[in-house]
Design a protein around this ligand. Structure first.
Ligand SMILES: C[S@@+](CC[C@H](N)C(=O)[O-])C[C@H]1O[C@@H](n2cnc3c(N)ncnc32)[C@H](O)[C@@H]1O
Length: 260
């Protein structure tokens, strides 16, 4: 059986005009557009982004699949078994599938598991990733806080899975991106306080979407509550680029060549 290509399509961080041309073309051509959501009653963020651009034609199916946000492996296995059943039925009928993922499909996305499993379940299937604008690119854009300059180093941390080494990370990297912050807000605040970086952190929720919220003074936030689509960017801003700031270029070049 020759299967059609399975696409993982990045639909960007929220604003519909941040979808790429390739994403729009792939979503419009697919027989089935898969829209992940975290609860059968909740919204699909991917759907909110793509609903105005996908075909309303009856020959395209919009398939909502539920993947609960949980740390319990059993809940994920149940959800995936259900999803594989529904996807398999369509893949075996020779339908083309575009799995829409918020941001970019290669960063903390549900699609990654499917990308690994699909060739085992449907040998010979071609899996293609259509990259999207990740929240990692969107948050610096809306805050005006660059990710890195010159030789600066960046750490990307899924905070929701523990932040025991955060103080060390803050000290070792020029920029730290804290994703999936959920229940870890108070630990993050404590680590920022201890390292004296509270004023160098910015909180952003739903960057680029109509509900975007930017908080530049973290003291205004309630530590217990974290939006599921929020990120904290911490930029030490200690090193200037070769052409920026007050440091004379020869001193910056000297520091860089000495590995500082
Ligand atoms: C499951 S990960 C998905 C990341 C996505 N694949 C990407 O490339 O941005 C979800 C996390 O990404 C971050 N995130 C995603 N979209 C965001 C947005 N529009 N604004 C701020 N943070 C966002 C949040 O930290 C959220 O907890």
């Amino acid at each position: 059986m020759k299967y059609k290509t399975l696409y993982g399509v990045g639909v960007g961080p929220g604003a519909p005009d941040l979808l790429t041309l390739r994403a729009i073309r792939t979503l419009r051509r697919a027989d089935v557009v898969v829209l992940p959501r975290s609860s059968p009653y909740g919204q699909s963020v991917a759907w909110e982004i793509v609903k105005s651009i996908v075909r309303k034609a009856p020959q395209q199916e919009h398939l909502f699949l539920t993947f609960p946000m949980s740390r319990e492996p059993a809940r994920h296995i149940d959800a995936w078994n259900l999803a594989f059943g529904k996807l398999g039925e369509r893949i075996e009928r020779g339908l083309s599938i575009a799995f829409a993922t918020e941001g970019d499909p290669s960063l903390y996305s549900t699609f990654i598991y499917l990308q690994r499993e699909a060739p085992l379940r449907w040998p010979g299937i071609k899996v293609e990733v259509v990259p999207g604008v990740s929240s990692i690119a969107a948050v610096p854009a809306v805050t005006g806080v660059p990710l890195a300059d010159g030789l600066e180093r960046i750490a990307i941390i899924p905070a929701g899975y523990g932040v025991d080494d955060l103080i060390d990370i803050f000290q070792r990297f020029d920029t730290t991106i804290l994703m999936k912050i959920g229940s870890e807000m108070s630990n993050i605040f404590a680590a920022l306080k201890e390292t004296g970086l509270t004023d160098k952190a910015v909180y952003v929720s739903k960057a680029t979407a109509s509900q975007q919220r930017i908080v530049r003074d973290l003291r205004e936030l309630t530590p217990e509550r974290g939006d599921c689509f929020a990120m904290i960017i911490v930029s030490r801003k200690e090193r200037t680029g070769v052409l920026a700031g007050d440091t004379p270029p020869e001193k910056v070049l000297d520091e860089l060549s000495n590995g500082h």
